[in-house]
Each structure stands twice: as C-alpha cells, then as structure tokens.
Design a protein around this ligand. Structure first.
Ligand SMILES: Cc1cc2nc3c(=O)[nH]c(=O)nc-3n(C[C@H](O)[C@H](O)[C@H](O)COP(=O)(O)O)c2cc1C
Length: 319
C-alpha cells in the first residue's frame, strides 16, 4: 500500500456513465474521488450549443469533481470548446486519444492519432497555449502495437499536461484480451507527466498488485470493474460501511431508473438504457446471468420492473 490514499477516477463510458448514472452512483456508493465524463466531439464554435454540453452542465453534476473529455483533431475547435467548458467553470479538459472504434480511428481521432506524433505535436502546441483549461490526455498503448505510444511519449513530455491516463491495451484489442503491464511499465518509465493507470481493475487483488508493482502511481481509473462491483472503491479504501449489498444495488438501480424515466419518453429508450446498465451490474449477482437473459426480452417497463424486483429479492452478492 502507498502512504497516501489512492485517487480513484470513474472512467468515461459513453452512453453508460451519463450524468444520470454518475449522480445516482455518488448518492449510493463511496470512495470515488473524481469522474471523467464520456467524450464530446469537438465542433466549430458556431455549433457549440447547450444540448452538446448537457451532460457536463454543472447543475447536472453529482458533486464530485468532473473532468469533461473532448474527441477531435481540429485544434481551433478544441480551443473553442475548451473555452465554453471554462465558461461553465471547468479548469481541466481531457483529450481522448484512445477511442478504438474503427470509424473514429479512420478519421484520425481517438486512438487513430497515436501513430501520428507530428499531428499530435501540432495540436498540443496550439491547444496547450490557447486553451484556458489545463489539458490531460487519455491514451492507449497504440493502434496495433505498443511502440506507437513509446514514440509519442517524447512529444507528450514536451507539454505541461496535467495527467496522462494510460489504458494498457492497443486499439485493435478493443476491450478484449488482457492488459499489457510490461508495455505500461516501459511507457511509465519514460513519461515525465503524472500518470494515471487504467485497465481491468476488476477486484481488490488486482488493484493491490498494481500498487505493489507501481508504488509511485496514486491515480487509478476504474471502468467496467467498478460498474460491475460499485463497492470496489469502498473495498480499495477499506471503508465499506454497510454490507447489505443487494439492498444497496436495488436502491441504486431505482435511482438510475427514475432518473432516466424523468427525461426519456416511452418505454423503449428507458429499457435500452437499463439493459446496458445490467450488462455490467448483473455480473456479481448469484442469479445475474438468468436475470440478464430474461430482462433482455422485456418489452414494457412494468414487466421489466417485475423481473428486476423478482430477481433482486432472490439474489446474493458474489464479488
Ligand atoms: C461502452 C464503453 C464506452 C466507453 N466510452 C469511453 C469514452 O467516452 N471515453 C474514453 O476515454 N473511454 C471510453 N471507454 C473506455 C473506458 O474509459 C476505459 O478506458 C476502458 O473500459 C478500460 O478500463 P476498464 O478495464 O476499467 O473498463 C469506454 C468503454 C466502454 C466499454
């Protein structure tokens, strides 16, 4: 264990860790320190409107510090959006250099920029000077191999980035396979900016093995593992207060559901959101696989609610 408590950051997960999810999460679970919002695409100054920024409007926030994230490759657009975010009160913005999806990659956005250090250099050169917010970046190891990040790091080291978050996978891996900790270590050793580790923190044992191997890293970003086990930050900080896990999941679920019902019209959009929610949240329920199978077929909200109530009344927590 390090001497100081780790800083735990909620990973951005587009469509899932929305303001509705984030607000409910913070009401029901402890231990999280910071949230990063899912990416917002950069657009030209005349197209920046409140709808685009809705997910990060301060009145919608959970109360934890939130870092908005932008994805794009146009420095002017980035700067204008950073200005709009600064006007909302943000003093840091994250640049997404990790999104692995092919259509995004092909347009040289997200991880598609990793093999182009000169382009990244030119963009950072402008945005680090003109953006009123501090800039951090979220990267992967490369598109197809980790040498891409290694070649990019000398560029990253030239800028006053507040943080470099490294998801220790290549883009072609998408979210599969295992994280490459040796490649992460090689990158970490030459990175001269604060580093945040990301990837596969699914349980306390893996977290502790990371702390042991990288004792100087104090920021960790948690995604799918935390969504599956929302008690994970409490476990890491050893602050688990109440053990009635299923009741707490039920209350959290009710909150997320009510939040979506209050803004989405009709059963289908709400069901879509809740089915995504259970993709992760069913993982550690003793009857999670059956629950997920059954609720995928639900067409109407009342039927969905009955299924969830029935399964939760019988479920045991098994993380
Ligand atoms: C459905 C989904 C949506 C995601 N959306 C984003 C995003 O908007 N921005 C981003 O930087 N990463 C995004 N990610 C990647 C996560 O933030 C994180 O880097 C990745 O899941 C690895 O961490 P984990 O193993 O803890 O989940 C997304 C991942 C998933 C599965």
């Amino acid at each position: 264990m390090g001497d100081t408590l780790p800083v735990l950051v909620l990973a951005p997960m587009r469509g899932i860790t929305t303001m509705h999810y984030r607000r409910a999460f913070v009401r029901h679970f402890q231990g999280l320190d910071v949230e990063m919002a899912p990416f917002i695409p950069t657009v030209s100054a005349d197209k920046i409107n409140p709808k685009l920024l809705k997910d990060v409007l301060p009145e919608n926030n959970s109360g934890l510090p939130l870092i908005p994230q932008l994805i794009g490759n146009n420095a002017d657009d980035f700067v204008h959006m950073a200005m709009a975010l600064h006007d909302l009160g943000y003093d840091e913005v994250n640049w997404n250099l990790g999104c692995p999806h092919k259509p995004i990659r092909k347009k040289k956005r997200g991880s598609g920029l990793l093999p182009y250090p000169d382009t990244v250099d030119a963009i950072l050169n402008q945005i680090c000077v003109q953006s009123p917010c501090r800039i951090s970046v979220k990267v992967r190891l490369g598109v197809s191999n980790a040498s891409e990040l290694m070649k990019l790091i000398p560029v990253l080291n030239r800028y006053p980035l507040s943080e470099v978050i490294v998801h220790s996978r290549t883009a072609v891996q998408m979210y599969d396979g295992t994280v490459d900790l040796d490649a992460f270590e090689a990158a970490f050793q030459i990175l001269e900016r604060p580093v945040c580790y990301n990837g596969d923190i699914n349980d306390l044992a893996f977290f502790q093995s990371l702390e042991k191997r990288f004792p100087t890293i104090r920021r960790f970003m948690l995604g799918r593992g935390l969504l599956a086990n929302p008690f994970l930050c409490e476990e890491i900080k050893n602050t688990i207060a109440q053990k009635n896990h299923i009741e707490r999941i039920a209350a959290f679920h009710a909150d997320v559901l009510a939040s979506y019902e209050s803004v989405l019209h009709g059963d289908n959009p709400v069901l879509g959101k809740m089915k995504e929610f259970w993709t992760y949240q069913s993982t550690h329920l003793s009857n999670g696989a059956q629950l997920f199978k059954k609720l995928k077929k639900a067409q109407r909200l009342p039927a969905y609610k009955d299924i969830v109530a029935e399964f939760l009344s019988e479920a045991e927590w098994s993380a």
